[in-house]
Design a binder for this molecule. Structure first.
Ligand SMILES: CC(C)(COP(=O)(O)OP(=O)(O)OC[C@H]1O[C@@H](n2cnc3c(N)ncnc32)[C@H](O)[C@@H]1OP(=O)(O)O)[C@@H](O)C(=O)NCCC(=O)NCCS
Length: 208
């Protein structure tokens, strides 16, 4: 992960505290994650309200891309706006929230990921990509960035679940160092797959 202008990577921030400015940066980093993160091929950035249309059209309204997600496929841009309003409160309350995933260079929207904090040291993550972006290693690259971000914001346990049939997602987590903890029976409703029925999920976690 490369440091953005005015931002520090976790490791840099933790060890860079020689003068007053750096102490302030260290404190800010602990309180708030950077709003933009660069990886080799991706730019991850906090969403803004103007992103609603592109999120809706790229993946949130796609029944295939959202099949294994825990939220209903968006029916209108208003649904996406509701999500962005909710995410704004997450960012205000916690060190981070959702990040949109863009291809570096042309800023093409690929999908989203993020951290969902349960406590300051316990968070969950997830990811979704537009169909035309599958199979390029983007989910793995974005999830690795979320693991580093979680570590940098003081998370000790980062969790994720996927439907028992979702082998691709399980493989992404394993490539990023997550370990399978359990199969949780009748645990999660996947509203676009089997509404009103709780499905079995694979529970993964990485200890940071
Ligand atoms: C699941 C998803 C995130 C994967 O994104 P991606 O960018 O294609 O993933 P990556 O390319 O980083 O890695 C996928 C890995 O799974 C493998 N894979 C793909 N289909 C697979 C399958 N059916 N079974 C097992 N492994 C599979 C790929 O070969 C690749 O592994 P490799 O790098 O060792 O070859 C993407 O398909 C997606 O957004 N789906 C819709 C949303 C979703 O389901 N999100 C997850 C909810 S838990």
């Amino acid at each position: 992960m490369l440091p953005e202008r005015g931002l520090l990577t976790c490791k840099t921030a933790l060890f860079c505290h020689r003068d007053r400015d750096d102490v302030r940066i260290l404190r800010d980093w602990q309180l708030k994650a950077p709003e933009q993160i660069q990886t080799a091929r991706l730019l991850l950035r906090r969403p803004v309200p103007a992103d609603a249309e592109s999120i809706f059209h790229r993946y949130a309204s796609d029944p295939i891309a959202t099949r294994y997600l825990s939220w209903p496929t968006h029916r209108s841009v208003a649904d996406t706006q509701v999500f962005l309003t909710w995410d704004e409160t997450e960012w205000q309350k916690w060190p981070a929230g959702c990040y949109l995933i863009f291809r570096r260079g042309d800023d093409h929207l690929l999908g989203s990921t993020g951290l969902s904090f349960k406590t300051p040291t316990h968070a969950a993550t997830g990811y979704v990509l537009a169909q035309d972006s599958w199979g390029h290693g983007y989910a793995t690259e974005a999830l690795k960035a979320m693991v580093e971000l979680a570590r940098g914001t003081g998370v000790g346990r980062l969790e994720a679940v996927c439907h028992v049939d979702h082998s691709a997602s399980a493989h992404v987590m394993e490539k990023c160092g997550f370990q399978r903890q359990a199969t949780l029976l009748e645990h999660t409703v996947f509203p676009n797959l089997t509404p009103a029925v709780r499905s079995d999920v694979l529970a993964y976690a990485v200890i940071l």
